[in-house]
Design a protein around this ligand. Structure first.
Ligand code: ZN
Length: 106
């Protein structure tokens, strides 16, 4: 239901997005990319907010882990920046995915 009290599918979609995206006034608004699956779009938005459950983030929330090192390279702390940008082992996986999707990520 929107502010006028009228139910529309758009108002329900907005409500679901608010709940799923944990919308908060201090968070940047997501700019929905209609070309991406919603789970990918939400994951990108969560990465920007550093809300992906990387080992460094879990450690900050006092989750007991054996290690906070990246499970792919085992040399650096697993952070959002590391898994998405700096990890050479993750980069190999991104390259395989790009090849599978016929996408140019170079
Ligand atoms: Zn790594």
């Amino acid at each position: 239901m929107d502010v006028s009290g009228v139910y529309t599918t758009k108002s329900m979609a907005n409500l679901i997005d608010c709940i799923k995206l944990e919308t908060h006034s201090s968070y940047p608004k997501t700019t929905r990319n209609k070309g991406l699956p919603q789970k990918v779009d939400i994951s990108v938005w969560r990465a920007l907010l550093r809300r992906l459950p990387t080992r460094s983030e879990l450690d900050k929330h006092e989750i007991d882990l054996d290690t906070i090192l990246c499970p792919l390279c085992n040399t650096n702390v697993e952070s959002v920046e590391h898994i998405l940008i700096n990890c050479q082992e993750a980069a190999k996986i991104w390259e395989l995915l790009a090849k599978w999707w016929n996408a140019n990520i170079a």
